[in-house]
Design a protein around this ligand. Structure first.
Ligand code: NAD
Length: 499
């Protein structure tokens, strides 16, 4: 349940000397603090390294030095940070952690509210959760919440195993599984666009929409994450979570209320309606790719197989395109095309909703049929909405010209929208789990993704690399749509213009 008062809690960050803590968690907490959104709070940073609390506070300061805030604010903020050197696999060190937690509870009047944030490699999640229970850190009179990072398992069975472990210490409603896409302003906007506008909802079905395209492309390669990525690939790293979550938000029925339970149960219904593909059939629906050498911004870049910690004969996919069919009344016959990949032409996440052609074409663009209407939701880096319409071409009687209505989120608000992590941390502190993934969603997504990866693992693709760095993926991703009479809308032509 959401609390209206400013949240009070002890936040225990496991993995407090890591990249996520430094780049996302400390800055997000600091932004919440300077915006006066927090009640009393304290933080225990937990990691293996030996550090004093003063040294830890210096690290925290360093991570927030570029953010707005006064010196006084900064000192007050960092004084609430305490460090506990602790190997999470060492059972003996939890007693000392419990003692420190109790002491800070009393010192800061935290009502025994605790957030356990696991910013660590997933292999530790189960051990930590079990220790928190057996060493009584979760025996509190206030709330206790577990925040857990992706990846949540490697497949359905490992996710189930992990879930069983964490459920020994936390109830489902106390578990906050992060999918940071759900913290993004424009992903949250999907529901508002759909359910707060009378002009869209009547059209949001297979009578008026011909297809939906969701693209999440990166220009970066695998960077230093080769070891992790080799075992994951784009299917597990992006499709299982972010891409399917966006599809669920686009396809779900209007919830009867805007509560966590109602929204989640509508998303679950979408995932249950996803068409499953067996064996050979998969080729007609999913395409995988791996980047080879190429050039982006005049820089020559190596292929995936040349990256550090990557097998020179690796068959790991760095690109996936798929056609999802949602077999329910609303969406029967409407393909949802998704594509995601590394080292692509442009960094961009966009959703294109393509409406059906009008029944009779009276007007023409110069030498071609008028363009279909498109609604484009720009998730990142630009945030906004564009509606692509046709208007009369000046001076011509029968010629139409494409025109675009733009809403640029940043242009309207005048400030950058808060970072996804800031919003998600705040939601968790307030006890709002709407923008976190429920176990049922995780299980259904893994079941879907497993049915793809099982086929791919048997049929090792030998023709990798099959796309050039700096392109929009392999040709087969284009064919996937061409077979249905569609094409990917070029990302670079769809920019939001500042209002
Ligand atoms: P990292 O390797 O930078 O940090 C890991 C942290 O864990 C360090 O503080 C290290 O001291 C600590 N640690 C490792 N073994 C330990 C042990 N036995 N006992 C106590 N502490 C130990 O990792 P990261 O990039 O910060 O990622 C953390 C988690 O967040 C991972 O699950 C990752 O997949 C996920 N994640 C990270 C990012 C990101 O932007 N970095 C984004 C999304 C998800």
């Amino acid at each position: 349940m959401t609390q209206n008062t400013k949240p009070t809690a002890l936040v225990l960050i496991f993995g407090a000397t890591g990249d996520l803590a430094k780049r996302k968690l400390f800055p997000s907490l600091y932004n919440l603090f300077t915006k006066d959104k927090l009640g009393s709070f304290a933080v225990i940073g937990i990691a293996r390294r030996t550090l004093t609390s003063d040294e830890f506070r210096e690290n925290v300061k360093d991570s927030i030095k570029d953010l707005n805030g006064t010196d006084e604010n900064l000192e007050d903020f960092v004084s609430r940070f305490h460090y506990h050197s602790h190997d999470v696999t060492d059972s003996s060190s939890y007693a000392a952690l419990k003692k420190l937690a109790s002491q800070l509870d009393s010192q800061y009047h935290l009502n025994e509210n605790r957030i356990f944030y696991l910013a660590m490699a997933p292999e530790f999640f189960g051990t930590i959760a079990e220790h928190l229970k057996s060493d009584h850190l979760t025996d509190v009179s206030g709330f206790k919440r577990l925040v857990i990072e992706k990846p949540f398992g490697h497949d359905l069975s490992s996710a189930q195993h992990l879930n069983n472990q964490i459920r020994t210490a936390f109830a489902e409603e106390e578990i906050y599984r992060i999918d940071h896409y759900l913290g993004k302003e424009m992903v949250q906007n999907i529901e508002v666009i759909r359910f707060a506008n009378a002009i869209y909802e009547p059209l949001w079905n297979n009578r008026y929409i011909s297809n939906i395209q969701v693209t999440s492309s990166e220009t970066l390669g695998v960077e230093e994450r080769g070891r992790y990525y080799e075992k994951s690939g784009a299917l597990r790293d992006m499709v299982q979570n972010h891409m399917l979550q966006m599809v669920a938000l686009l396809a779900m029925e209007p919830p009867i209320r805007l509560t966590t339970e109602e929204i989640r149960s509508e998303k679950v219904r979408v995932l249950r309606a996803l068409r499953d593909f067996k064996g050979e059939e998969l080729k007609d629906y999913f395409v995988r790719g791996q980047y080879g050498k190429g050039t982006i911004d005049q820089t020559d870049l190596p292929g995936y197989r040349e990256e550090t910690m990557v097998d020179p004969e690796s068959n790991t996919e760095t690109f996936v395109a798929g056609k999802l069919m949602i077999d329910n009344f609303r969406w029967a016959g409407v393909p949802f095309y998704i594509r995601t990949g590394k080292r692509m032409q442009e960094k961009s996440t966009k959703i294109v909703i393509q409406f059906k052609d009008i029944p009779m074409n009276l007007y023409y663009e110069t030498e071609k049929k008028v363009s279909p209407n498109l609604l484009v939701i720009h998730i990142q880096p630009e945030e906004g909405i564009t509606l692509h319409l046709n208007a009369k071409k000046s001076g011509q009687q029968t010629e139409a010209t494409p025109t675009k209505l733009s809403y640029a989120n940043k242009g309207v608000n005048g400030i950058n929208t808060p970072e996804a992590y800031e919003k998600l941390l705040f939601d968790c502190l307030r006890g709002d789990a709407t923008n976190f993934t429920h176990w049922d969603e995780v299980a259904l997504s893994w079941a879907f993704v497993d049915s793809i990866s099982e086929v791919w693992e048997k049929d090792k693709e030998q023709s990798f690399p099959n796309y050039v760095s700096g392109s929009m993926g392999p040709d087969a991703a284009d064919t996937l749509l061409e077979k249905d009479g569609f094409h990917w809308w070029p990302i670079s032509d769809l920019d939001v213009e500042q209002c």
